[in-house]
Design a binder for this molecule. Structure first.
Ligand code: FMN
Length: 199
């Protein structure tokens, strides 16, 4: 990462127009995800996050599965925009799948009864941190990505296709690739409504 922290945060946007090329090698992509998963914090250092990096045909397969799942639930007359959207993700270089290992969550719930209700929430919070970190680290390397949630629709088939343990709860899908079109303008709410300073 060769940018300062705030430049990197500002650079991360939802990029929907992506292509198969990647500005960095697959090894570097894997390294980014490994570094994030290793160093981003988790409650009680439980390290509940699991990721799967889909490249090449595996990436294509994910979006084929999603397309077919959507075809079953979206009315045919509305399907062309859905098809276009899914094809735009498939047009990317790869996808990172984010999971949380609920076997670990359940074991923590048994171990620490007092925090029983918190562990599933904390797992989701950790996942959010992971997703943001991968997304931002990708941005610093010129990789465009977006965050998708076809989760319930594709969960069963994805697990079967990619041999993913049942106790891994799928959280999101992050398709990425070379940026074909930059993100548009973004609007911001008044910062005073969102950040209060009390002295
Ligand atoms: C928790 C969360 C869930 C999101 N889910 C989706 C999603 O399902 N599909 C999508 O296209 N974008 C999704 N987004 C992206 C947001 O719409 C986007 O980050 C926001 O509009 C700000 O735009 P930016 O990412 O370009 O800064 C999600 C973002 C967050 C943080």
């Amino acid at each position: 990462m060769n940018k300062n922290f705030f430049d990197a945060i500002k650079e991360r946007r939802s990029i929907y127009a992506i292509s198969k090329e990647s500005p960095i090698s697959d090894e570097k992509i894997v390294k980014i995800v490994e570094e994030v998963v290793k160093h981003v914090p988790s409650a009680f250092n439980s390290q509940t996050t699991r990721t799967v990096i889909l490249l090449g045909e595996s990436h294509n397969k994910l979006w084929d599965i999603t397309m077919e799942a959507l075809r079953k639930v979206v009315p045919e007359k509305d399907f062309s925009s859905t098809e276009e959207k899914i094809n735009s993700f498939k047009a990317g270089h790869g996808t990172v799948l984010f999971f949380e290992d609920f076997a670990v969550v359940e074991s923590l719930q048994k171990q620490f009864e007092l925090y029983k209700d918190n562990f599933p929430v904390w797992a989701l919070q950790t996942s959010g941190m992971m997703q943001f970190s991968v997304w931002t680290a990708f941005a610093t390397e010129g990789i465009g990505a977006s965050l998708q949630h076809y989760t319930e629709l594709i969960d069963e088939q994805v697990k079967k296709e990619f041999n993913i343990p049942n106790n891994w709860k799928m959280i999101s899908q992050m398709p990425f690739g070379k940026i074909v079109k930059a993100a548009g303008e973004k609007t911001f709410n008044p910062i005073e409504d969102m950040v209060k300073v009390l002295r």
